[in-house]
Design a protein around this ligand. Sequence first.
Ligand code: ADE
Length: 232
Amino acid sequence: MFKVNILTAYPEMFPGSLGYSILGKALKENKWSLNVINLHDFGFDGRKSIDSEPFGGGPGMVIRPDVVEKALLSFNVKDPNECKFIYLTPSGMPLKQSNLLEYIQFSELVLLCGRFEGVDQRAINVLNFIEISIGDYVLAGGEIAAKVLVEGCIRLIPGVLGHPESLLEESFSNDLLEYPQYTRPRVWVDAKNKKHEVPEVLVSGHHENIKKWRKDKSMEKTKFIRPDLIKK
Ligand code: ADE
């Protein structure tokens, strides 16, 4: 079973959204498990503090390395070679779909959620965390980023998705964005009484033409929105 360990100052944030929909169902069915560790349980003083001022000055506080190490030693990682250690930070490598596919090859993840001005770099280096960002913007902490990473991973685990074939055509699976989708009604009359029809080819029943139309639309959309994906 795929195990996810989360080190956080806000354990109440979990499972949160991870307890819903296909992820929640898979959690109940023991297709994955979640172990949430409260960093404050390993605080260094009577007030269970986990952070101190940055050396060299500057605003904010930094999570201490001794606190992270104690939290990490408080539970058993089955096999460190089978475990990926990830620190969520805006200054990390950008997360890609290909990374998610790599992570689910491990039997376990340890996700460290930063808060404040981040985590002491010695903890990151010595405890072998890789640094991962979910995008070029700054959140208030790593918890939402950790949830994004976990959600992206769990849906890739065999047996979690109802229609696994949808993984083959979705965005990024072939370095293209997915083609647009349409459903009923075939002619939608909007509130202003304007008619909008579904592209004719999709209701033609001609599978080869549909395949080609979707490929063309994928390409067109990717060229327009994400030309960087095509260059790759
Ligand atoms: N923590 C704050 N912002 C973040 C981001 N963009 N990615 C990962 N962790 C974060």
